[in-house]
Design a protein around this ligand. Structure first.
Ligand code: SF4
Length: 364
């Protein structure tokens, strides 16, 4: 699949001389670069345009992260169970363009943005109380962007590896819909990563995940990394209803069966389509052909729109039965689901977020 190169790079004046800025500019040969006084003003001017996100996704902004690099995953209200991982903020925005992407409504900044103050990131990682030593902690970079879509520009993986190698209790989850694994292939990785692919029915990939790799290619790439000794996992998230969805998702699970020995999978998460109400308008304007918002949804206890509980339960029961037929031992969990749904479909429910976190941590 093609790699992303921006049409233009904007560099905030303050970070012009940072080594990561220079490296990225160097890796984007022939891409025009403009220095701007303030990222904030630049973002404000783009937000006045008709399609700020579609424009923002063509350009790259290099700036400083003035906030925290590490934060606990906000999860959702306590009525839904969350897996309790820690977000590592390396930037925001994504060159892929999924019609269901929550970032469309969540981020104020439409640019694909990379934080180049890496020394400050390292300072926070080294002192971060969030990463208690000796305690298994799963960190992820895939919350506000795809973890590998910009790796050819950032080379973040070789950068962070020495830090991770000294801390075997930290596991960095790289979540992606790409096949951009070049920097992982010949790496002496020391088991520091879990590489996770978001999976879907191929029809959803074609219609709703612009720029993402075909599902088959994602699974083949996972198989390649297993040969290189990596731990892998998969996320069926969001599972989207459409007439004939059963066949679409079964075909994806069949591809898993053909290519991935189940004992090599750390976990599989499942989550059905959910969104903050504001997303629907934004997404329907940007993706006039999308049909995913035309189903019946109800607001959940966290304000997010979800399929009715009966429909979610039925979809999960089917997904679980297909996955269990692949292997009864696969660790399946739900992303942001209620205990009732857990109990009805998996026959048990972790008592709390902590309980779910420890189930996943124990898999290490
Ligand atoms: S890959 Fe993830 S972050 Fe990127 S557009 Fe799709 S849903 Fe959003």
């Amino acid at each position: 699949m093609n790699k992303f190169y921006p049409e233009k790079i904007f560099v905030e004046e303050e970070v012009e001389e940072f080594s990561m800025t220079k490296q990225i500019v160097e890796r984007c040969k022939d891409v025009p670069v403009e220095t701007v006084k303030s990222a904030k003003d630049l973002i404000a001017s783009l937000r006045e345009k008709r399609f700020p996100l579609s424009d923002g996704k063509k350009n790259l902004l290099l700036c400083r992260n003035r906030g925290r690099f590490l934060e606990p995953c906000p999860g959702t209200k306590k009525d839904y169970l969350c897996c309790g991982y820690v977000i590592l903020n390396t930037g925001t925005g994504c060159p892929l363009d999924c019609s269901y992407c929550v970032l469309q409504a969540y981020l104020n900044n439409p640019f694909i943005t990379l934080f180049v103050n890496r020394q400050e990131m390292m300072d926070e990682l080294l002192s971060g109380p969030i990463l208690g030593r000796g305690k298994v902690t799963r960190i992820g970079t895939g919350e506000y962007m795809d973890s590998l879509a910009l790796e050819h520009l950032t080379r973040f993986i070789p950068f962070i590896l020495p830090f991770l190698r000294e801390r075997p209790e930290l596991i960095l989850e790289l979540k992606t819909k790409t096949t951009h694994v070049e920097s992982l292939i010949d790496l002496d990785h020391g088991d520091s990563f879990v590489i996770s692919w978001s999976l879907n029915a191929e029809k959803i990939r074609k219609e709703e995940e612009k720029g993402a790799a075909p599902v088959k290619d994602r699974i083949k790439t996972a198989s390649l990394l297993i040969e290189k000794g990596y731990r892998v996992s998969f996320h069926f998230d969001p599972v989207i209803y459409y007439p004939g969805w059963e066949q679409g998702y079964q075909e994806t699970i069949a591809l898993l069966k053909e290519n991935i020995p189940p004992e090599k999978i750390r976990w599989i998460s499942i989550g059905s389509l959910r969104y903050m109400p504001g997303l629907k308008n934004i997404a329907q304007k940007r993706f006039s052909d999308t049909g995913i918002y035309s189903q019946e949804f109800i607001p959940g206890l966290d304000g997010k729109m979800r399929y009715l509980q009966g429909q979610r339960t039925e979809m999960y029961q089917k997904m679980c039965s297909w996955l269990k037929a692949y292997s009864a031992d696969i660790l399946i969990y739900y992303c942001m689901e209620s205990k009732t749904v857990w109990e009805r479909t998996l026959g048990f429910s972790p008592a709390s977020n902590k309980g779910l976190k420890s189930i996943l941590d124990r898999s290490f």
